[in-house]
Ligand binder design. Structure first.
Ligand code: B16
Ligand code: MG
Length: 215
């Protein structure tokens, strides 16, 4: 990989661990619907849009509902989720993230966000990360969810950098597929066993700088 000009970060699971809050809120909704929803099931929701997450939970419970009811349930879950993420502070940024971002800036690269979340502005504001980003593309700006490449292609477009000169950091299979579909080099954050399709996998950003990637 040469001539990298931009880094696109996924949000949940890459910069901050919000999966636990999604889980608590979905679990509460599942309980109301008498659906057994485990922490293992929650893995299937990572990187997946809010409505698609609800569909997966309803499928687990073998429940069919009309669209209006589904929208109301998703809104209810989101109110609980927002209660949790309203309490986030910069202390919740995952280890090594700030130093890694600073090293990207020092190399003159651009930075974008490519998240499925419609709550990304609240999360970035609470983490005090907003000012680092040259472009922010999230669930409020796309019509197709990951693994569709739209979120990352829009990020590259807004930065005015060709997709082949962008690197995506992702923690979820749907996001890795989206990055590959966008023609971007993809670095997985998490375990090598789970993120097999990524070009490279890191356990996290601790002690990591852009130069250490050796790209
Ligand atoms: P919201 P990411 C994704 O964010 C989460 O991984 C996924 O679990 C969630 O369902 C999705 O955002 C939508 O989030 O309900 O806040 O709009 O990983 O793409 O940053
Ligand atoms: Mg994620």
């Amino acid at each position: 990989m040469h001539n990298i000009k931009a880094i696109i970060f996924d949000l949940d699971g890459v910069l901050v661990d919000t999966a636990k809050y999604h889980y608590l809120a979905w679990k509460r909704l599942a309980q109301e619907l008498n659906i057994e929803f485990s922490i293992e099931d929650n893995e299937r929701l990572k990187g997946v849009s809010r409505m698609n997450s609800l569909e997966i939970i309803l499928e687990i419970g073998n429940i069919t509902l009309d669209d209006d009811t589904k929208i109301k349930l998703a809104e209810k879950k989101n109110i609980w989720y927002v209660e949790y993420i309203s309490k986030l502070t910069p202390a919740d940024i995952l280890p090594g993230v700030i130093d890694f971002i600073e090293s990207i800036k020092a190399n003159g690269l651009k930075i974008a966000l490519g998240s499925a979340s419609k709550n990304s502005m609240l999360i970035l504001t609470n983490l005090k990360l907003t000012d680092y980003f040259d472009a922010i593309i999230d669930g409020t700006k796309v019509s197709s969810a990951k693994p569709n490449p739209e979120v990352f292609l829009k990020g590259a477009l807004e930065l005015n950098i060709p997709p082949c000169q962008c690197i995506v950091f992702e923690d979820a299979q749907a996001g890795i597929d989206a990055a590959i579909n966008a023609g971007m080099y993809c670095i997985g954050i998490g375990s090598k066993n789970r993120l097999k399709k990524a070009n490279l996998v890191l356990s996290g950003f601790s002690n990591m700088t852009f130069d250490k990637l050796g790209l």
